[in-house]
Design a protein around this ligand. Structure first.
Ligand SMILES: *[C@@H]1O[C@H](CO)[C@@H](O)[C@H](O)[C@H]1NC(C)=O
Ligand SMILES: *[C@@H]1O[C@H](CO)[C@@H](O)[C@H](O)[C@H]1NC(C)=O
Ligand SMILES: *[C@@H]1O[C@H](CO)[C@@H](O)[C@H](O)[C@H]1NC(C)=O
Ligand SMILES: *[C@@H]1O[C@H](CO)[C@@H](O)[C@H](O)[C@H]1NC(C)=O
Ligand SMILES: *[C@@H]1O[C@H](CO)[C@@H](O)[C@H](O)[C@H]1NC(C)=O
Ligand SMILES: *[C@@H]1O[C@H](CO)[C@@H](O)[C@H](O)[C@H]1NC(C)=O
Ligand SMILES: *[C@@H]1O[C@H](CO)[C@@H](O)[C@H](O)[C@H]1NC(C)=O
Ligand SMILES: *[C@@H]1O[C@H](CO)[C@@H](O)[C@H](O)[C@H]1NC(C)=O
Length: 482
C-alpha cells in the first residue's frame, strides 16, 4: 500500500502527462489512442476549418467545437459558442472564426481512430463532388479516371497567326502530380467493406486488382485527371471504386461491371491524337508484353488515315478567315476542330461492348434497317421504363465500320456512337464544310445511338434524352460518346 500523498502525486503527474494536445495549423493529426478528449485550437487570424475523419468502423464518436474562451470543455451539453461537427459517412468539418483559439472535444470515442485537420484555406478532409469516371473494362481489366484535379486553359489562337493543334498532336505536358499523391481503392461491390468512406479508412484497405500503369491524362477540355490501368479483375463482376487525393480528399463511389470471360476486345487508350478514346475495340490481342494498345502499338493502318483525314479537314477549315471573320456567335474554328476530332475518333475506333451482366436482355438484338426511326433509347413498349443500350451485334460477315480495321474473326457487339457527338460537330463547324449528320427521323439509329443524351434532331434539347448522359456512375453505358 502506498502512502496517500504519493498516490496523489502519481495521479497529478498522470494528469500532467495527459495535457491537452494542440492542433497545428494546416496539418492533419492522426489520433489512434485517445488519452484525453480535448484538443487545443490555436488562435487563427482568418476563418479556419476544423475537419475530422474516422479511420475505423465500429465506433460513433461525436465531435464538438468551442471557439470561445469561456467553454473550454465543449460537448453535447452545449453552451455558448459550442458547435457539433456533423459527420457524413465518417467525415465532417466546421468553419468559423477562432480569434481567441478554441477547443475540440470528443465524446463517446469507443475504440476509435481518427484524423483531425485544421486549415485556414478550406477543409483538409473533403468529399469531392465531381466523380471519377470509367473508361471501359474487359473481362479482367479496367481504365478509370479520377475527378478533374487541375484545370486546363486552352490558349485560343488569334488572327493573323491562327494556329490550330496539329492533327498528330502530341500530348500536352502534364502538371506536377507529386503533391496530389493519388490512391485508389477498388472492391467487388458485393464485398465492399463496411468502413467509413474516408481517406484514412480507404487507404488502409487492400484494393482489388493490380495497377498496371498510372498517368495524368487530359481526356477532354474539362481538365487533367489521373488515369489508372487496372488488371487482375474478375469477369462479370460489379466493382465499386473510390479515389483519394492527398490522403484526405475522397471522390466516388463509382460502380462498373467487368465483361464476361468470353469478351475478347482489347483496350486502347493514351492516344495523343484521340485523347478521349479509352475503351475496347475489335482488334486482335495487343503485341506481347502490352496489356492494351496505346500510341506506340496501335497499327499505323488505323492511325495514319485518321490523322491524314483530320489534317485535310483542318486545312479546309483554315481556308476560312478564322479569328478574323466569324461564322457563329458561339463557336470558333478551334471548337470545330476539337469536336470534329472527337467525332472522327469515336467513329474511327468502333467500340466493343456487351449487355450488362445484371440485365442481359437490355439491348436491341435486331440491327436497325436503314429506314428505321427512333430505335435506340426506346423504353420497352408497354413494359417498365427499361432503356436499351445502343448495342448492335456484328456478325463476322458484317462490313467493318472502319475498313482500316482487320476483319473480325468472331462475332462481336458494337456500342454505337452517341448521335450528339455528330451534332456537336454540326453545331461547331462552318456550313461551307458540308458536314452533315443523319437525321433522327430518317436513318440515324442504324448507325448511332439516338435519343439517349438529347431528344430529337440537331435542335433537340440538350440533356433531355431518355438517360440525359452517355454513361452513369453506376456502370451503365448507353452509347459511345468518344
Ligand atoms: C464562433 O464562431 C461563430 C460562427 O462562425 C461566430 O458567430 C462567433 O462569433 C465565434 N465566436 C467567437 C468568440 O469568435
Ligand atoms: C488555397 O487552396 C486553393 C485551392 O484549394 C489553392 O489553389 C491555393 O493555392 C491555396 N492557398 C494557399 C495559400 O495555400
Ligand atoms: C476548374 O474550374 C471550374 C470552373 O471555372 C471550377 O469550378 C473548379 O473548381 C476548377 N477546378 C480545379 C481543380 O481547379
Ligand atoms: C504562331 O503561333 C504558334 C503557336 O501559338 C507559334 O508557335 C508561332 O511561333 C507563331 N508564329 C508567328 C509568326 O508568330
Ligand atoms: C503518399 O501517401 C502515402 C500513403 O497514403 C504516404 O505513405 C506517403 O508518404 C505520401 N507521399 C507524399 C509525398 O505525401
Ligand atoms: C505521329 O507522331 C508520332 C510521334 O511524333 C509519330 O511516331 C507518328 O509516325 C506520327 N504519325 C503520323 C501518321 O504522322
Ligand atoms: C488527304 O488529302 C490528301 C491529298 O489530297 C489525300 O491523298 C488523302 O487521301 C486525304 N486523306 C484522307 C484520309 O482522305
Ligand atoms: C452495380 O451494383 C449497383 C448496386 O447493386 C447497381 O446499382 C448497379 O446497377 C450495378 N452496375 C452494373 C453495371 O451492373
Amino acid at each position: 500500500m502506498l502512502p496517500e500523498a504519493l498516490l496523489l502525486l502519481l495521479h497529478s503527474s498522470i494528469v500532467y502527462a495527459q495535457a491537452r494536445q494542440p492542433l497545428s495549423l494546416n496539418n492533419v493529426a492522426r489520433i489512434s489512442t485517445l488519452n484525453q478528449p480535448f484538443f487545443v485550437i490555436p488562435s487563427v487570424a482568418t476563418q479556419a476549418t476544423v475537419s475530422v475523419a474516422l479511420c475505423v468502423a465500429g465506433s460513433s464518436p461525436r465531435f464538438f467545437i468551442s471557439n470561445s474562451s469561456t467553454s473550454d470543455s465543449p460537448g453535447s451539453a452545449g453552451g455558448p459558442d459550442v458547435f457539433e461537427i456533423p459527420l457524413d459517412e465518417g467525415q465532417g468539418s466546421w468553419t468559423g472564426g477562432f480569434p481567441n483559439g478554441g477547443v475540440l472535444g470528443v465524446e463517446n470515442p469507443g475504440q476509435t481512430s481518427f484524423e483531425v485537420g485544421l486549415s485556414d484555406n478550406g477543409t483538409l478532409h473533403e468529399r469531392i463532388s465531381s466523380p471519377p469516371i470509367l473508361g471501359d473494362t474487359t473481362s479482367n481489366q479496367a481504365i478509370l479516371f479520377s475527378h478533374v484535379f487541375s484545370n486546363f486553359t486552352l490558349d485560343e489562337p488569334s488572327y493573323p497567326n491562327y494556329t490550330l493543334p496539329s492533327a498528330n498532336a502530341s500530348a500536352p505536358t502534364p502538371p506536377d502530380i507529386s503533391k496530389f499523391n493519388f490512391t485508389m481503392f477498388l472492391s467487388p461491390t458485393s464485398t465492399l467493406p463496411d468502413i467509413p468512406k474516408t481517406g484514412c479508412a480507404l487507404r488502409a484497405q487492400t484494393s482489388a486488382g493490380r495497377i498496371d500503369r498510372e498517368v495524368p491524362w487530359l481526356k477532354d477540355e474539362e481538365g487533367w485527371r489521373q488515369q489508372w490501368f487496372l488488371t487482375g479483375l474478375a469477369p462479370s463482376t460489379n466493382y465499386t471504386a473510390y479515389m483519394v487525393q492527398e490522403g484526405t480528399r475522397v471522390s466516388g463511389p463509382i460502380m462498373f461491371a467487368t465483361k464476361s470471360a468470353s469478351f475478347s476486345c482489347p483496350l486502347v487508350a493514351s492516344l495523343p491524337f484521340c485523347p478521349g478514346i479509352a475503351y475496347s475495340v475489335p482488334l486482335p490481342p495487343p503485341p506481347a508484353a502490352a496489356s492494351f494498345y496505346d500510341a506506340s502499338t496501335i497499327p499505323d493502318a488505323i492511325s495514319a488515315p485518321l490523322i491524314s483525314g483530320l489534317a485535310n479537314f483542318t486545312a479546309s477549315l483554315l481556308t476560312f478567315a478564322c479569328g478574323k471573320d466569324y461564322y457563329s456567335p458561339l463557336a470558333s474554328c478551334a471548337d470545330c476542330q476539337r469536336e470534329y476530332r472527337k467525332w472522327l475518333c469515336a467513329i474511327s475506333f468502333p467500340r466493343c461492348s456487351e449487355p450488362n451482366p445484371e440485365d442481359p436482355a437490355s439491348f436491341t438484338r435486331v440491327p436497325a434497317s436503314p429506314g428505321a426511326t427512333g430505335l435506340g433509347a426506346r423504353p420497352t413498349l408497354g413494359g417498365p421504363q427499361q432503356v436499351f443500350s445502343a448495342l448492335l451485334p456484328q456478325p463476322t460477315s458484317a462490313t467493318p465500320r472502319n475498313p482500316n480495321f482487320p476483319p473480325a474473326s468472331r462475332e462481336w457487339t458494337m456500342l454505337l456512337p452517341c448521335l450528339e457527338t455528330c451534332y456537336a460537330v454540326d453545331r461547331a463547324c462552318p456550313n461551307f464544310l458540308g458536314f452533315k449528320c443523319p437525321l433522327r427521323r430518317f436513318n440515324a439509329a442504324a448507325t448511332y445511338g439516338v435519343g439517349y443524351v438529347d431528344t430529337g434532331d440537331l435542335d433537340g434539347k440538350q440533356g433531355t434524352g431518355v438517360t440525359g448522359v452517355s454513361q452513369d456512375r453506376w456502370g451503365n453505358i448507353w452509347c459511345n460518346a468518344g
